[in-house]
Design a protein around this ligand. Structure first.
Ligand code: PAF
Length: 276
């Protein structure tokens, strides 16, 4: 029977007798979709106890990003998790950020550029909550989707730098039949926007093919930006091919690389990435 707890003290008490056979954690902000459920099933293969946290973290939203409008669907989320998770940690904001909370964790390295250029507050918010959750639960492994690839690298850097005793596992992006990466944000798309959204993954695949065939990474990126603009994305924040390990800029495909993109359709900002 899945149990839900809301305080760090309850979380630690619930996990104490379960530690022996391992704990796998999936941190989420709720609004769960099939992508989260696949992370939760993968978690099961790493440990006997599967813990999911659901917390819409105000610290990773800028004032204009409308934290209040972010979907809260706790009952539906708990229904989705029943049978897949053992324990859900669903704290309120005061439990995580009590009066007087004054700590922020800033990660360097892979957080430079890309998302940070457009959402400067984002990775400090993510690093602070992820550190707090990992310290509160002390899982053996924690799973993060490759969909948020830069976030995954930032979390790896955080865990390495602070020597947190947890193994971070990145799980492949789940996609719709037409290739659109699953995301809670897809729910905001109108039917017409949903059609445009499906072009993102196709254009990134074309860019990969072009980069491989021609070897000119900058040309492949700028053709992808033009193609995205032509099908209706506005603005295109970035399309870039980077070193897959640390997101450093690269000029040639002489190491594992990743293409990453962010672009807006109407009010919805989509991100996607793929290995080269
Ligand atoms: O990817 C997310 O859902 C969030 O950024 C995370 C990792 C749960 C931190 O709030």
């Amino acid at each position: 029977m899945m149990k839900t707890v809301t305080t760090v003290a309850e979380l630690r008490a619930a996990l104490a007798p379960l530690r022996q056979n391992g704990i796998a954690m999936v941190p989420t902000m709720g609004a769960l979709h099939a992508g989260h459920v696949s992370l939760v099933s993968e978690a099961r293969s790493h440990a006997d106890t599967v813990l999911v946290s659901i917390f819409v973290n105000p610290a990773q939203f800028a004032p204009h990003e409308d934290f209040a409008a972010s979907p809260r669907t706790l009952d539906a989320d708990l229904e989705r998790l029943a049978g897949a998770a053992d324990l859900v940690f669903a704290p309120n904001t005061r439990e995580i950020y009590p009066d007087g909370f004054a700590t922020t964790i800033t990660v360097g390295g892979p957080s430079a550029g890309l998302e940070t250029d457009f959402r400067p507050h984002f990775f400090a918010g993510v690093a602070t909550i992820v550190a707090k959750l990992l310290i509160a639960a002390a899982p053996n492994v924690a799973l993060f989707g490759e969909k948020d690839y830069q976030q995954l690298l930032v979390v790896r850097q955080l865990v390495r730098d602070l020597a947190l005793p947890v193994q971070i596992i990145g799980a492949p992006t789940l996609r719709e039949a037409d290739g659109l990466a699953l995301s809670s944000r897809n729910a905001y798309l109108s039917a017409a926007e949903r059609g445009i959204a499906a072009r993102l993954n196709v254009i990134l695949k074309d860019a990969i093919a072009q980069a491989r065939a021609m070897g000119n990474l900058r040309a492949a990126e700028s053709q992808a930006i033009t193609a995205l603009t032509q099908v209706g994305f506005a603005p295109v924040d970035y399309v870039t091919i980077r070193d897959a390990q640390d997101l450093a800029p690269i000029a040639t495909l002489d190491r594992p690389a990743r293409i990453l993109a962010a672009a807006r359709i109407g009010k919805t900002r989509l991100i996607d990435n793929m290995a080269l």
